[in-house]
Design a protein around this ligand. Sequence first.
Ligand code: C5P
Length: 301
Amino acid sequence: MVRAGSVITIEAPAKINLTLEVLGKRPDGYHALRSIVMPVTLTDTLFLTTTYSQVAMTLTVGPGVDLSKIGAMDRNLAVRAARLMQSRYRINAGARIHIHKRIPIGGGLGGGSADAAGVIRGLDRLWGLDRPCGELMALGAELGSDVPALVHGGAVLMEGRGELVRGLFEGEAPVACEGFWLVIANPGVMCPTPDVFKKWRAGLTAGPLILHNMASSIRTSDVSAAADALYNGLQGGVFESYPSVAQTAAQLQQAGCLGVLLSGSGASVFGLARDEAHGQEISRKLGSGFWHVLVRTCPVV
Ligand code: C5P
């Protein structure tokens, strides 16, 4: 029995891709990927309330979020996630979704996917469904390629078009990763994901070492090794098409980041810092010309 008025608050973290290998184009038009994804401490806050039948959504935004980039509420991934949960589990109740957005929109940080993943996890609890994580991830895959990784949470290896997700260290001894400090910056342009993938050209893919090197740097919390192992097969094309993204990356590098990379299909870039103090120093040097934030990666599991 779902009781109207029950409330739940969820912190939905953004993600970065520490590696993103594009392995080829698939017959269904998507691209086969292999990517190490980690959530970070930049979050959207979701307030979910059970209502009698409708799904409705409201928004407030933090600095760096351009409200004009948000499309119609009705097509929002968070609303679609709630409706999918309603129909799949034959729930008569509805949900009021209020989101305080801090994750830039269209920024390669999985903001929309984070909200959808938060709604799926939140409604699973609020509506007392208690479904297995794998089932919720499969539901998420129906909404977008980044959703399953964020429903899973922690450091993951993402494959297929994004729907094949497993914990990066699944089956291994517990990993005591301390996490990395990083500065995320966004120049305020939109890099539409379909356009970025369309411009990708084969021949620039990486080898098995990319995955191995990054996984072992995370395992040992070795930020210098992680900086050397950063890889994104979409980066060259994005830097070419969107010079302001390349410029922002160069500024992060000049400010002293150990390594800089495009996140996902952009437009956000991030730079690794030695520690929190180094991250603060980098942030100070960047000034206020564009949006940036100092964050840490979330725990591995
Ligand atoms: O799945 P999602 O809606 O996030 O993907 C947006 C677009 O990005 C797809 O329509 C497709 O053009 C491109 N894409 C791709 N290969 C992937 C993921 C996304 O080509 N693995």
